[in-house]
Ligand binder design. Structure first.
Ligand SMILES: *[C@@H]1O[C@H](CO)[C@@H](O)[C@H](O)[C@H]1NC(C)=O
Ligand SMILES: *[C@@H]1O[C@H](CO)[C@@H](O)[C@H](O)[C@H]1NC(C)=O
Length: 254
């Protein structure tokens, strides 16, 4: 009698533990293999879980608001953005917004721009804006823009820098120039002005970054100091190899 009572008590205890494990609402039963198991719905969740396991995580969206002749912007592009993007482009959704601290006003149906570092900066912003539009694909546009930004010896002449880069990289500059010289470029630059103007919080300096649409001083600081780490830490999927710091190699003594 006593033994049976003990057995019943033990069984009840086990059941209690099992019941306690599945303590999530039905909408969550398929949220992970462990939860599905505890709720005894493994079979029903199987297909859903399999799909979830294979769905790639979304890329990390990084948007850079900058202006073409700002030294800090060039430095960020050359020292952080380009090296990081070269390694992590498959998990990055990069957007460039070349406008920065410029101002615009409409005169006779056309936008007239005023740029922090003078007229040539407006030329640079426009060339880069048109590059993004003409080459469409950021994988094609960013190497060209990076090249223009790295030609600091032509910083007083972005058009010349673009010519040099175009011949080096076999980019068709004529389509980009046609855009930059016409009403299309004028309208596209206005879109950059609107994008920059809609920042919340509004930018107070450039380079200015948003990560998955968000700007904080912490994000900005991390982006400026170690963008690779920031992208790796933010990415929810399996980390690519570039996210694992390579082990220092040593030469062992025989
Ligand atoms: C990439 O970023 C842009 C701009 O932030 C956003 O509109 C777009 O939805 C993003 N695409 C993906 C695939 O995340
Ligand atoms: C984008 O450009 C890259 C580099 O030029 C190229 O490899 C890729 O196929 C292009 N992707 C699309 C969707 O055009």
């Amino acid at each position: 009698m006593f033994v049976i009572l003990l057995l019943v008590t033990a069984l009840a205890a086990v059941q209690c533990v099992e019941a306690a494990e599945c303590d999530v609402p039905p909408s969550m039963w398929c949220s992970s293999p462990a939860v599905a198991k505890s709720c005894q719905v493994e079979e029903s969740c199987e297909r859903y879980l399999e799909k979830a396991a294979h769905a790639p995580a979304p890329p990390v969206s990084l948007t850079l608001y900058y202006e073409s002749l700002c030294g800090g912007c060039q430095q960020f592009i050359l020292e952080e953005l380009w090296p990081t993007w070269s390694k992590l482009s498959p998990i990055m959704n990069l957007t460039l917004v070349p406008y920065g601290n410029a101002a615009e006003k409409k005169r006779f149906g056309k936008w007239v721009y005023e740029c922090q570092h003078g007229k040539q900066e407006c030329v640079g912003n426009l060339i880069e804006t048109c590059t993004l539009n003409v080459l469409k694909n950021i994988s094609a546009a960013f190497p060209f823009i990076h090249c223009i930004e790295s030609k600091v010896e032509y910083s007083d002449n972005p058009k010349k820098a673009a010519e040099k880069c175009a011949s080096m990289m076999q980019v068709d500059l004529s389509a980009i120039e046609k855009c930059a010289d016409g009403s299309q470029g004028n309208a596209l630059e206005h879109e950059m002005a609107l994008k920059t103007g809609s920042l919340n919080p509004p930018h107070t300096y450039v380079p200015w970054v948003t990560l998955n649409g968000v700007h904080t001083e912490k994000i900005q600081h991390e982006a400026m100091n170690d963008l690779l780490k920031l992208i790796c830490d933010t990415y929810q999927g399996d980390k690519p190899d570039a996210c694992t710091p390579s082990k220092a190699t040593v030469c062992a003594r025989d």
